[in-house]
Design a protein around this ligand. Structure first.
Ligand SMILES: NC(=O)c1ccc[n+]([C@@H]2O[C@H](COP(=O)([O-])OP(=O)(O)OC[C@H]3O[C@@H](n4cnc5c(N)ncnc54)[C@H](O)[C@@H]3O)[C@@H](O)[C@H]2O)c1
Ligand SMILES: O=C(O)C(=O)C[C@]1(C(=O)O)C=C[C@@H](O)C=C1
Length: 367
């Protein structure tokens, strides 16, 4: 169990960490630090912190783990303000969406003030901000990236790994530079594209006629563009080199599309779309590459309301936890196939036996 955990910046991410730790009983004490007592009181009322203070020095006294969860542009200034008050042995981590600049600055400070730092980035979130949108289940089964360097003490990594596990997430270790390139590709560039699509529509004289027609396609591809512009401004500004490199590649991909359309190249266009379709289908399982393989079963079920609830309750009765669930095929009237994944082979085996004993068509896959 973690001891005193201090969260600086109890917003969406800080609040979700606090809620998860407290609901799961994984920390002796969760203390929130912020600028406004009124907002911190709200965080306490929502159950995200046990207590709070607006005084940094008082808040971090006796802390085992300090989590800096402020907007990204304020993470390094916050660490500067915190550093003189930290006791030797305190471990500090952050949740910032970019890592190279933060880790460099934090490691310089850590060496000067003798605390330990481990960069962190949970790969879960929302376009909404504020503790009122915090969610205790946000990190369950999500990847949580840690970015240790050769300077990071192993005990500090273990303490932050304990936080990751305590909130139900899965730890992945990636060096800061590589982290920034990877998330530029899967998070920051998609955000830029979503914003670009919105800006394009906004610039069209026919905008008023077009926008009401936006259905699932536009909504799904642009959800993240509703995010906080100040937060995203700072994410993009702290990751310009990887983003510009990927943007140049993206322009080539768009150019390729433009040429296919100009030539009315049906085969080429279909192939271009198929490549994308294949990649998109790989998304849920592809990310497993960083982790031990999940252990899966595949269940064939009739097309009937409540069938997933029935599977889930059979497994719940045996206290088997589902780590991932995916509907692979569902044809009207013909039933479908559902993939259920478990973190441990014993759970896979138990799930297989439980469902087979209930007369359900089930087979094991992977693991
Ligand atoms: N939103 C996401 O999807 C997401 C996901 C992963 C990581 N992150 C990272 O998490 C961090 C926080 O993002 P968020 O979405 O929770 O934002 P948020 O606005 O919901 O939360 C930030 C909190 O920090 C507080 N704060 C601001 N300045 C402060 C200061 N000087 N001292 C103390 N507290 C201060 C704010 O009042 C707010 O409560 C960012 O660094 C972001 O890069 C966000
Ligand atoms: O809005 C969401 O759904 C998110 O998960 C946000 C998202 C992402 O791009 O996936 C955005 C920024 C964070 O650093 C991590 C996650």
């Amino acid at each position: 169990m973690l001891g005193k955990v201090v969260i600086v910046g109890v917003g969406l991410i800080g609040g979700s960490l606090g809620l998860a730790l407290r609901r799961r009983g994984k920390a002796r004490e969760v203390v929130g630090i912020g600028r406004s007592a009124e907002r911190l009181r709200q965080a306490q009322a929502l159950g995200a912190v046990d207590s709070f203070t607006t005084d940094l020095a008082e808040g971090v006294r006796g802390a085992d783990l300090v989590v800096v969860a402020t907007p990204i542009g304020i993470i390094v200034p916050t660490m500067h303000a915190l550093a003189p008050h930290l006791e030797p042995g305190t471990v500090v981590t952050d949740v910032g969406s970019t890592k190279r600049e933060i880790v460099e600055a934090a490691e310089r400070l850590a060496a000067k003030h003798s605390f330990a730092f481990v960069g962190g980035h949970p790969m879960a979130g929302s376009e909404r901000t504020g503790v009122e949108n915090a969610d205790p289940y946000l990190f369950e089964n999500a990847y949580y990236i840690l970015t240790p360097t050769p300077k990071t003490p192993p005990e500090a990594i273990s303490r932050v790994a304990e936080l990751v596990e305590a909130v139900g997430a899965r730890k992945v270790e990636i060096p800061p530079d590589l982290h920034d390139y990877y998330v530029a590709a899967v998070s920051h560039l998609p955000h830029c594209l979503a914003s670009a699509l919105c800006n394009l529509i906004a610039s069209l004289p026919e905008k008023e006629a077009i926008l009401p027609l936006a259905a699932g396609g536009f909504r799904d591809t642009t959800r993240v563009a509703a995010g906080d512009p100040v937060l995203w401004r700072d994410i993009l500004l702290t990751n310009t080199a990887p983003l510009r490199e990927l943007l140049a590649l993206l322009l080539r991909v768009l150019q390729e599309l433009e040429e296919l359309l100009a030539k009315k190249d049906a085969r080429g266009l279909e192939e271009w779309l198929r490549r994308a379709q294949i990649l998109r289908k790989e998304v849920p399982t592809k990310s497993k590459g960083y982790l031990p393989e999940l252990h899966e079963i595949v269940v064939t079920v009739p097309d009937r309301p409540g069938v997933i609830a029935h599977l889930a309750s059979l497994l719940a009765e045996k206290e088997i936890n589902i780590a991932d669930i995916e509907i692979l095929r569902a044809r009207e009237g013909e039933g479908g196939t559902i993939r259920l994944a478990f973190t441990r082979p014993e759970a896979q085996e138990k799930a297989y036996e439980t469902l087979a004993a209930a007369g359900i068509e089930v087979r094991k896959r992977g693991g």
